[in-house]
Structure formats: C-alpha cells, structure tokens
Design a binder for this molecule. Structure first.
Ligand SMILES: *[C@@H]1O[C@H](CO)[C@@H](O)[C@H](O)[C@H]1NC(C)=O
Ligand SMILES: *[C@@H]1O[C@H](CO)[C@@H](O)[C@H](O)[C@H]1NC(C)=O
Ligand SMILES: *[C@@H]1O[C@H](CO)[C@@H](O)[C@H](O)[C@H]1NC(C)=O
Ligand SMILES: *[C@@H]1O[C@H](CO)[C@@H](O)[C@H](O)[C@H]1NC(C)=O
Ligand SMILES: *[C@@H]1O[C@H](CO)[C@@H](O)[C@H](O)[C@H]1NC(C)=O
Ligand SMILES: *[C@@H]1O[C@H](CO)[C@@H](O)[C@H](O)[C@H]1NC(C)=O
Ligand SMILES: *[C@@H]1O[C@H](CO)[C@@H](O)[C@H](O)[C@H]1NC(C)=O
Length: 809
C-alpha cells in the first residue's frame, strides 16, 4: 500500500515540470485506469455461493427528499478534502492536465463520463460533466454519436438546473447523433415526432425512425432466438414509486404496479430439510423483515407442508432474478434437481398443492435444460424427460403444465415433427401460462398447413402480441404496416414498433439497470441521469422514475420538497409526458404539483385532462377545485357532479364521497341562509388552502398510508437506516422523525394544518350527526325489516376503508 502510494506520488512529480506536465500524461493515466474498477455492481448475480443473503432489499432505495446545490457542492468539496484516495488524486490530476493543457479528447471524455456516472468513485458533478462533455464534442468536431446524445439530453433537460433548457440545440444534437447511428438518439427523435415535443407531430417520420430502430433491434437477435424461443429479459423498466405503493398510494392509484420481479414473498422458513442439500450449506430464508426474520435456529424435526411450494418459489426467484439479486440459473437448477431426487418417489403421498408445485418444479427444470441457461449447452433428452414428467404430474390435478409449450417447440424444431408439435400447442393454447409464444408459432404453422384450419395468421399474431410475446409485437407491427388488416393506421403502427423497442431494454436501454443499481448505492443523481436518458427515449416507466427523483409529492404534514424551480418544472414535464402515455396517476401528480405551486389554472386543466381518462382522483380534485373556487368560479352543483362521478369509478370511496356531498349541500345551504355573508367570516379561505400542502382529504389518506408503511417497516427499517450512514438519508430520516413529533403535538394544530375552517367543522359536526342518525335508523330498520333502499350502506365493499372515510369528511 505504502509503496503504491509512493510510486504514484513519484509518478506525479516526475511528470510535472514547472507546475504542469511537459508531456501529455494521458498514456500514464490510461495505464492507471486500466488496472482499476470503473463501477461496482451492487446487484448480486451468478455467484455460486450457496448462501441466500437478503442484505440488499430491493425496495430499499435511497431517494433523498430535498435537493440543494449547496449540499451537493459541500459533498463534492468534502470528497476532495478528506475522502479521495491517493490514486483518485493522481488520476484526476493526470486527466485534468491532459485535458486542460493538451486538449486530449480521450482524457476529456473520461473526465466527462467520470463526472456523469461517478466512475471510479469520483463524485457526480453536473457543471464539470457538462464542461468536459461539451469540450470533448468540440475537440472531436461533433462526430461522436454517443457523446452527442449525452449532450442533447443535457440541453433538452437543462441538465436539471445546470444550463438553460435549449430544446433547439437538443433537437439538433439528437439529429446529428441519430444520423451517426446512435440508436438512443433515433428513439428519442422518433418519440419527439410521435408525441409532438418541440416539433410538430409527424407520425410518418416517427414511424420511419421507430421502424429503423426496430429493425436494428430485431437484427440483434439470431434467427434461432427469434423463431424458436425468445431469450429471457431481466427487466429493470420500473417506476420507482412502485417499489412502495405506486405514485398515489395503494388506495388512490389507478395504475398497476410495474414491479413484476419482486422477490416472492413467502413466510419465513428455515428448513433443516433444505440444509441437507449441499452438505448443510444451504440456508433458506424468505422475506426477512416480515416479522421474526433473522431466526436461523434450525428446527430439527421440521415437517413443513409447504416445502415444495418454497422450493419452487426459491428456484423461481433465482430463475427470473429479482431486482436486487440478479438471475442465477445454475443455483435454480441444482435446487430443482434436488427436489426431483427427494420427491419423485413420494409422489403418491403428496397432496394436491404439493403435487402441483412439484409439477411446476419439473417444468422449470426441464425448461432450464431446454434453453441451456446456467449450463454449457442445452440437453434436449433430459429436458424432455422432466417436461413430460411435469405434464404427467400436473395433469392428474386437472390442470395443464406449461411444459407443453417447450415440448411442442422441441417437436417442431428439434424433431421437425409439426404434427406432434401442433398437438402439444393445441393442448396449451388457451392456458394462462401461454405467454403468446404458442400463438406466434401457430401463426407460422397455419400458413404451412392451411388445411388444418389453425386460424387466421393475423388474428393469431394479434393474440400473441396482446399476450406480450415480444417477437410477436414486431411481426404484428410489420403485418399492420403492410396493411394486412386493410386498416393501416400510422399511429397504431408507430405505437406497435415503439412498444416492441421498449421491450428490448437490453439493446436500447441497458442504463435502466444502471439507474436502479445506482439508487441502491445511494447515488440518486447518477440514477437520475440514467433515468433521464431513458425518459428522453420516451419510455414511460423511466419518465415517471426521473420525474419522481426530481420531485415527489409530500406526505401529509411534511413540508413540500425543497428543490430548484428548474427541477420542479422538469418533473412536471416528465409527469405530463407519462400521463400522455396513459399513466393517469402521473397526470394527477402533475396537477398536484401545479396546485402546490399555486398555479390553479394549470392544475385545473391537468385534472380536467386526467378526468377525461376517468382517473377518479382527478375527478375528485376537480370537484374540490369547484367547491373552493380555485382557478374557476365556485360552483357547488358542478362540484357535486364530480364527487358523484368519483363513485362510479371507485365504489370503494363510497363514504368519503357521500359525506363530501352532504357537506357540500350543507355548505351551499349555509351560504344561502347567510346570503353570501359566509365569505365574510371565511376571508382567509384562499390563504389557508394555499398554505396547506394539499387538499385535506388527500392529506388524510396519505397520512394513513404513511402510518401503515411505517408500521410495516418496523424496527428492521430503522436498523438499516443506521447501518447505511449516507448523510443525506440520515438527514431525511431525522426530518421525518421531527415531522412526526410535531405532527402529533397538538390535535388542534393538526386540524388547522389540514386547512379546515370553522365552517368545515360545523359541517362535519352536522354530517356526523346525520350519519349517526341514519345509522340508528338503519339499525332500527334492519330490526323491523324495513326496506330502505335509498339508504343502503354498502358495508361489505367498504371494509377497512370505512373508518378513514368517515374521518376524512
Ligand atoms: C488498456 O487496456 C486496453 C484493453 O482493455 C488495451 O487495449 C490498452 O492497450 C491498454 N492500455 C494501456 C496503456 O495499457
Ligand atoms: C463541481 O465542481 C466545481 C469545480 O471543482 C465546484 O466548484 C462545484 O462546487 C462542483 N459542483 C457540485 C454541484 O458539486
Ligand atoms: C484516443 O483513443 C483512440 C482509441 O480509443 C485512439 O485512436 C487515439 O489515438 C487516442 N487519442 C489520443 C490523443 O491519445
Ligand atoms: C476538426 O475540424 C478541423 C477543421 O474544421 C480540423 O482541423 C480538425 O483536424 C478536425 N478534428 C478532428 C478530430 O476531426
Ligand atoms: C410425429 O409424431 C407423431 C406423434 O407423436 C407420430 O405418430 C409420428 O410418427 C411422428 N412423425 C414423424 C415423421 O416422426
Ligand atoms: C416460419 O418459421 C421459419 C423458421 O422457423 C421461418 O424460416 C419461416 O420464414 C416462417 N414462415 C413464415 C411464413 O413466417
Ligand atoms: C402556470 O403554469 C403554466 C404552464 O407552466 C404557465 O404558462 C403559467 O404562466 C403559470 N401560471 C402562473 C399563474 O404561474
């Protein structure tokens, strides 16, 4: 160590004459760089260690709350003051000398990437990244496609407050980069024409570009991969808020979660049975933190009824790879082989569920041998053996094994026996386990055997696409492009190619994985850069993720986030673009951010657009805006209409809506009685509303969600916080705690902070009275057998929501 440092300093002095190098130190720098690691990858993959450790939890991402330039600068200065290693100092000196004094493009490029991606541990620094990237592009006469794309992203986003937003320059660089062949730039350009961003909408141009990219993506696969079986993709195309409960929380979100590869949540088990495997080196443990996790004590006479279920899901997690752990097909295979050895002879004594999961185990095992994943090469004979066995085992429980798909494909492509293949396909074609591949194959076979009447190739391909089989999206797009359904439509075709491209993130957006990995490491600004690239490419999940890193809606009682206005603007832009790609929640959030900023006109129009797509939350917000006259004239009738409409779309909110409407009626009644004097004794209405961070009912809903989340997080969460002592996260944590305390300090403050006024409280009292009264009536009615249809309370549908809905009013 000492010696290394000495040599480094010697090198540094040797090359320095009169304060700067006499010769370009780039070759030396290159040598140093060659021997070091650019970036560590926190996502564990293919390690052969047979220990399942859940130290990294996939939903434990570091997302700092506030952003301030001063803190970033402080961190940056601190790094060079105290944390930087000798190696980092020397290499940095070499590189800056080489770039600043010798205009070496290579050193300049390394510096730019270093500051963008935090390579070699050098911290992210936006102004330096821009400086060096710009310089590199000038040095290379704007001829490097990839660097041009980076520069374009910077200009289009203003690099989040670093430089002015300049869409014209951005567009120019995208065009230049695309003409030099950068696939991301082509995609970004296509998206701009497709959605009409900074350019007039031009579907034909978008289609042309999307088509070009799609062909490129298609050609990155071999014909075998394409025609026989498409390789598995470990997708990182997720929205960050989905790692908790979605953008608006569980109750209010209209979007399905995008996190499809979360680790399977199974109850804690520590099975001594499984430790037999591999000489006692296996410790199986699911879902640490679901309660008494961490109990490693082996339970010697374990006789868990769910053992096969556990084996299957463990292997399945290894096969599919979870967000934090990566795939490990070899480990999956060994576990499954073990299950085969242990259980195959005991089949007759297994109950139905065990038998079913045993069949699934064999199916997965056969699939692994068939694809050769985690092996040197596929082994068709073994694959067939397991797949057939799986079919037999599962058939006895009156279901169909997915293995029929693989068996069909083996017949079709290995034995070239189409008749046998079709027989297998027909058995499985309608099953839910068919991901569309069967329709895809049948679409081809039906052309070969028209007399078998397997179906219309176009319709089959359409189904394959709807079921999500990736090559089918492309083939179907080609078919529509050629007008096979005689209804060629540019928009639809472009949309199909766009969807196909976005499924192939390995080719077009490997940075999505980097983004997630950087979030795990706590480098949220690096993650933002990666998500921003993908967002510029038009990928909906990345738009939301980037926007979320830029600006999150505050939880109840929290101050709105402190950040640069430029970042807030960009967040709105990205949320809005996501909304235009049918993410309703994003539309509501964009509206809410406008609302927070006091821009009621824009908030209203955002809510209006979202309500046209039937987002219940947006409809409610509209009602609220009309009730309080924010951005529009007060209109109680319209407000009521909107509140009622919410009910049509989300019956779960029955009580909240009904009571809101009653309150509204009361309010208009009061207004009538006092002949407008009401506005006199509520002069501070606007003011209060503006001050409260959000509509009060939403605050309450959020506070419930927050409480729920904190409870479930429990102690382990706190422990983890103290383990990873990232300064900004501790800060966030403390802030949360503080807010917690103040929040509970006084009920009155709390009520005030909700933006409630005297008038509201009176209304609430009335409403509660009416409510209790009607409840009493109802009970009496029930006893006496009256039929009060009008007052029917849907107690069933309401369940857990009931309480908070009452309070919410
Ligand atoms: C650094 O490594 C690359 C290959 O990884 C090699 O081409 C290059 O010559 C090496 N440079 C030096 C200076 O060792
Ligand atoms: C970036 O680097 C420059 C030059 O060293 C420094 O002045 C600035 O504070 C840094 N900015 C951030 C945000 O770290
Ligand atoms: C920069 O690297 C490229 C290859 O990556 C090489 O061809 C070129 O000569 C290098 N330029 C300088 C100035 O070292
Ligand atoms: C860039 O262009 C200038 C003249 O336009 C030329 O002298 C220079 O060699 C070019 N540099 C590169 C790297 O192509
Ligand atoms: C194809 O498979 C079927 C059923 O498995 C079998 O009867 C037939 O002989 C096979 N044909 C050929 C050419 O192998
Ligand atoms: C059917 O698939 C084969 C490859 O398996 C391919 O060569 C052929 O072109 C396809 N036929 C049609 C009509 O799509
Ligand atoms: C509201 O936002 C829109 C769109 O960003 C902007 O054009 C308008 O000036 C804003 N209005 C106010 C009052 O800030």
């Amino acid at each position: 160590m000492k010696l290394g440092t000495l040599v480094l300093s010697l090198l540094a002095t040797l090359f320095t004459v009169h304060g700067y190098h006499a010769e370009d130190p780039w070759p030396e720098a290159q040598k140093l760089l060659n021997n070091s690691i650019k970036r560590s990858d926190p996502i564990i993959s293919s390690s052969n260690a047979f220990l399942f450790d859940y130290e990294i939890e996939e939903n434990h991402l570091y997302i700092p709350a506030d952003y301030s330039v001063e803190r970033e600068e402080l961190n940056y200065a601190q790094y060079w003051d105290s944390q930087a290693t000798e190696w980092a100092r020397v290499i940095y000196k070499f590189l800056t000398e080489s770039s600043d004094h010798f205009n070496n493009p290579n050193a300049t490029y390394v510096l730019a990437q270093m500051h963008l991606w935090s390579d070699y541990g050098i911290p992210h620094n936006k102004s330096l990244a821009y400086k060096y990237l710009n310089k590199y592009n000038e040095l290379t006469n704007f001829s490097d496609a990839s660097a041009l794309f980076d520069l374009a992203v910077m200009h289009c986003t203003g690099f989040f407050g670093t430089i002015p937003v300049d869409p014209v320059k951005g567009l120019l660089f995208y065009q230049k980069s695309a003409s030099l062949g950068d696939i991301r730039a082509k995609q970004a350009l296509a998206y701009r024409y497709f959605a009409g961003i900074n350019v007039p909408r031009d579907c034909n141009r978008a289609l042309l570009l999307y088509r070009e990219v799609a062909d490129e993506v298609r050609n990155s696969y071999t014909d075998d991969q394409w025609n026989i079986m498409f390789p598995y993709v470990e997708s990182y195309s997720v929205r960050i808020p989905d790692f908790s409960e979605g953008l608006l929380g569980r109750t209010l979100s209209s979007m399905a979660l995008s996190t499809k590869r979360m680790a399977t949540a199974r109850p804690d088990i520590t099975s001594s049975f499984l430790t037999k495997m591999n000489g006692g080196h296996v410790v199986l443990q699911f879902g640490l933190g679901n309660g008494g996790g961490g109990a490693f004590a082996p339970n010697t006479d374990e006789d868990n009824d769910d053992r096969l279920v556990d084996i299957f899901f463990t292997a399945w997690d290894d096969y599919k790879g979870t967000y934090a752990k990566g795939r490990n097909c070899e480990r999956a295979r060994r576990l499954l082989e073990f299950a085969y050895k242990e259980y195959d002879s005991e089949l007759s004594i297994l109950d139905d569920i065990q038998r079913f999961f045993y069949g699934k185990c064999l199916d997965l095992l056969g699939h692994l041998y068939f694809t050769g994943e985690g092996l040197d090469s596929p082994n068709i004979e073994l694959a067939e053996k397991y797949l057939k066995r799986s079919d037999k085992v599962i058939e006895s429980s009156q279901a169909r094994s997915r293995s029929n798909i693989d068996l069909g494909i083996i017949q079709q492509f290995y034995y070239k026996n189409d008749t046998a293949a079709i027989r297998y396909y027909k058995r499985i074609v309608d099953s839910k386990t068919n991901n569309g591949i069967v329709h895809f194959q049948l679409a081809n076979l039906t052309k070969k055997y028209p007399h078998l009447k397997l179906g219309d190739p176009f319709a089959l391909m359409h189904t394959a696409y709807l079921r999500g089989y990736v090559p089918a999206i492309y083939e179907y797009a080609r078919m529509t492009e050629q007008g096979i359904n005689k209804r060629y439509n540019c928009e639809d075709t472009a949309y199909l190619f766009k969807s196909f491209i976005e499924e192939d993130e390995v080719v077009v957006a490997p940075h999505l994985k980097t983004a997630y990995a950087e979030l795990l490491k706590g480098n949220s600004e690096v993650a933002l850069w990666a998500y921003a690239q993908a967002a510029e490419q038009g990928i909906e999940t990345a738009l939301v993720s980037a926007a979320y890193l830029l600006y999150q809606l505050p939880y109840n009682f929290e101050e709105p986030q402190k950040t640069l206005p430029e970042r807030m603007m960009m967040a709105i832009v990205y949320y809005t673009r996501a909304f235009k790609q049918d993410n309703l929640d994003a539309g509501v959030v964009a509206g809410d951010i406008y609302y927070l900023a006091g821009n009621y006109t824009s908030a209203l129009s955002m809510y209006q657009s979202a309500s046209l797509k039937f987002a219940p939350q947006a409809i409610w917000d509209l009602g609220y805006m009309y009730e309080h006259g924010l951005g529009v004239d007060k209109d109680f009738h319209l407000a009521k209409r909107y509140y009622d409409q919410v009910l049509e779309h989300n019956p779960k909110l029955y009580f909240a809506v009904k009571l809101s409407v009653w309150k509204l009626k009361l309010k208009s009644w009061l207004a009538w009685i006092t002949a407008g004097k009401v506005s006199g004794w509520r002069k501070d209405d606007e003011h209060t509303v503006k001050n409260s961070a959000q509509p009060w009912y939403k605050q309450i809903v959020k506070s419930f969600q927050k409480a729920g989340r904190e409870n479930s997080g429990g102690v382990s969460e706190d422990l983890r916080y103290s383990q990873h002592q990232q300064p900004q996260h501790r800060e966030q944590h403390q802030r949360q705690q503080q807010q917690h305390q103040t929040a509970f300090s006084s009920i009155w403050e709390r009520i005030e902070s909700l933006g409630l006024q005297m008038e509201d409280l009176i209304s609430i009292a009335f409403v509660l009275l009416i409510f209790l009264f009607s409840l009493a009536i109802r009970i009496i009615a029930a006893r006496r057998g009256w039929n009060l249809n009008d007052m029917r309370f849907q107690v069933n549908g309401i369940g857990g929501n009931f309480e908070f809905q009452v309070i919410a009013i």
